[in-house]
Write a protein that binds this ligand. Structure first.
Ligand code: UDP
Ligand code: MN
Length: 300
């Protein structure tokens, strides 16, 4: 082979190799474009879904105590997974706290931070329920600001399965579902026969038409507007029953969720009460360490 034709063969091989490489690159690019297209479509679908979901208004009454930040952190980080949710947190206090405000801001959730507490004359009343006046304040805000959507009362210390929030979103009037870890049966549930609520399996009947826990029902906001005076009554153990009665609901209005009330998607957990940290427990020799600031932060 002459020197000339040898160079020619090398050049031709290079051209062929380069063409092949280019072809492959083009194919890869086309593939990438396809994937990108599918992804964008999917993303648009997701966004569309989020926008068209009716809003979920979650009212949480809360109060200052050793376990508050632990409970509220867990709840906020559950709610962070729920789309189109507005969290209404109402402190049982004269004044809103920085601790709760900071937690709400950290969550990135759309929220409303309020406070309300019982008037003096009720403060020592043993027959008064917990979190009455702050829940009422949450209702007041919702009536003023929410037109449509669904209301759910989420106590700060319960445990929630995310599927619960998906299911209550389509509540037409009021939906009901079992609550786990309720005294003294260990569970509280609507009783369903042929797809309809026929009663309540709950240890505390005591003349209640709706023997449910606060965590065991959700209500459409339109139902709330239809009875503008309906509120949470004061008498302990009758908060849920009184509220649902005042909303003029009947058993046949109740929509059973959680697979026909055969599953538990919310638990009435209670947080163990630990000792209150006290700076006096820190030995004198460590007063120039992190412990001082740690105690100060915990006791805020
Ligand atoms: N709560 C409140 N003020 C109080 C006591 C309780 O706002 O003085 C709130 C509390 O943070 C929770 C709900 O009301 O979200 C129910 O209270 P708790 O969990 O103590 O009651 P239980 O579950 O034992 O019925
Ligand atoms: Mn509780």
């Amino acid at each position: 082979m002459s020197r000339f034709s040898f160079t020619k063969v090398i050049a031709m091989t290079l051209v062929v190799a380069e063409s092949l490489y280019l072809l492959m690159a083009l194919k890869r690019l086309a593939l990438l474009e396809d994937t990108y297209h599918t992804l964008t479509l999917h993303q648009n679908e997701q966004n569309q879904k989020t926008i068209t979901l009716p809003p979920l208004y979650v009212i949480t009454p809360t109060y200052r105590r050793n376990t508050q930040l632990a409970d509220m952190t867990r709840l906020s980080q559950t709610l962070m997974h729920v789309p189109n949710l507005h969290w209404i947190v109402v402190e049982d206090a004269e004044k809103k706290s920085d601790v709760v405000r900071e937690l709400l801001e950290r969550s990135g959730l759309p929220f409303t931070h309020l406070c309300a507490t019982a008037p003096e004359e009720y403060k020592r009343d043993k027959m008064m329920g917990r979190g009455v006046f702050n829940r009422r304040e949450g209702l007041r805000w919702l009536r003023e600001n929410g037109k449509e959507g669904v209301l759910y009362f989420a106590d700060d210390d319960n445990s929630y399965d995310l599927r619960l929030f998906e299911q209550i979103r389509t509540t037409k009037k009021a939906s009901v579902f079992p609550v786990g870890m309720i005294l003294s049966l260990g569970i509280s549930s609507p009783i369903i026969r042929d797809g309809k609520v026929v009663g309540f399996h709950d240890a505390f009947q005591a003349g209640r038409k709706f023997a449910v826990d606060m965590a065991g029902f959700a209500v459409n906001v339109r139902v709330l507007h239809a009875s503008p005076q309906a509120t949470i009554p004061i008498r302990v153990s009758y908060l849920e029953d009184g509220f649902l009665r005042q909303l003029r609901l009947e058993l046949e209005d109740l929509e059973p969720l959680a697979s026909g009330c055969t599953e538990v998607l919310v638990w009435h957990t209670k947080t163990y009460k630990p000792a209150t940290p006290n700076l006096q427990h820190v030995e004198h020799a460590y007063l120039d360490t992190n412990l001082v600031e740690l105690y100060r932060n915990v006791l805020r």
